[in-house]
Write a protein that binds this ligand. Structure first.
Ligand SMILES: CC(=O)[C@@H](O)[C@H](O)C[C@H](N)C(=O)O
Ligand SMILES: O=CC(=O)COP(=O)(O)O
Length: 264
């Protein structure tokens, strides 16, 4: 039992459900749509129902004045799409850096199945030890990713989320397997709350259907970046996703909440 972790988890979730909007993609992809004026995007998504936003530590001063009381997660590893290998995520900060930046939790990305997996396992094990000392929750972003790995295979995703629990994470994010039935295998592979990544942006309906499917498969929410921050109206799509995550809305009702009724 770690009361600091328990208390801080409530700052990045609502009643055990998580709507986290990661915006750390500025390192990976550059200042893509939605990230140039990150202040406005943070204001819109948190007003729209996001429980927490997530960035690298250097962006912290641009986060705090704009997050409307939502939680804050600092991400502590990175790579770029133009570097030698995007799967080779290297540490960019410590738990102490994150605390200094005002974080309620830390997160790190692992590519389970990649050449870099052994080092990333070590990095996550160190992070969970340091974070537990300070009562800071760890969100492990455990992807199934690497040569010959099927990124939506429920077996591989189940293995990735279990690895995160075995290494002491508190919440785990992974890819979506494509339907609620197969995702049940993933969520049943761990006792941790499982949240899904969104991947590249789809239509409003695709986004909401994916979230509904994951929740039906036992997910505790989403850590959804591009589908929300690259939307023309990030606040509206956050409202639609929040309707599913927090209010158990169906697809049509959620689209209506976002103001997208009858749309794609
Ligand atoms: C772009 C991707 O494929 C995602 O996995 C991101 O890398 C996830 C993360 N937010 C990042 O930008 O590193
Ligand atoms: O940190 C990144 C994520 O959690 C997922 O980002 P995406 O853009 O929804 O794949």
């Amino acid at each position: 039992m770690n009361p600091g972790i328990d208390a801080r988890l409530t700052r990045i979730s609502t009643d055990g459900r998580y709507l986290i909007v990661p915006m750390d993609h500025g390192i990976t992809m550059g200042a893509v749509k939605g990230l140039k004026d990150i202040e406005s995007t943070i204001d819109a998504v948190t007003a729209g129902g996001a429980d927490a936003v997530l960035t690298q530590k250097g962006i912290a001063p641009r986060v705090h004045p704009n997050k409307n009381g939502a939680g804050y997660v600092v991400h502590v590893n990175a790579s770029t799409t133009i570097g030698p290998d995007e799967n080779d995520k290297r540490m960019t900060g410590t738990v102490r850096d994150a605390v200094r930046a005002g974080a309620d939790a830390v997160s790190m990305h692992l590519n389970v199945g990649s050449t870099y997996e052994p080092k990333q396992i070590e990095d996550l094990a160190t992070l969970t030890t340091e974070a537990a000392d300070l009562g800071i929750p760890v969100l492990a972003m455990a992807y199934a990713r690497g040569p010959g790995v099927d990124e939506s295979d429920p077996e591989a995703l189940g293995h990735a989320v279990r690895l995160a629990e075995e290494l002491g994470a508190d919440v785990v994010k992974t890819g979506y397997s494509g339907d609620g039935d197969s995702f049940t295998h993933v969520t049943e592979s761990t006792r941790l709350p499982v949240v899904i990544a969104g991947g590249s942006k789809g239509t409003d309906r695709e986004t909401v259907e994916m979230v509904r499917g994951a929740m039906d498969g036992g997910a505790a929410g989403v850590s959804m970046g591009r589908s929300i921050f690259q939307h023309d109206d990030p606040g509206a799509i956050a409202r639609a996703v929040s309707a599913v995550v927090h209010d158990d809305a169906g697809v049509e009702e959620a689209l209506q909440q976002g103001g997208f009724a009858g749309g794609e």
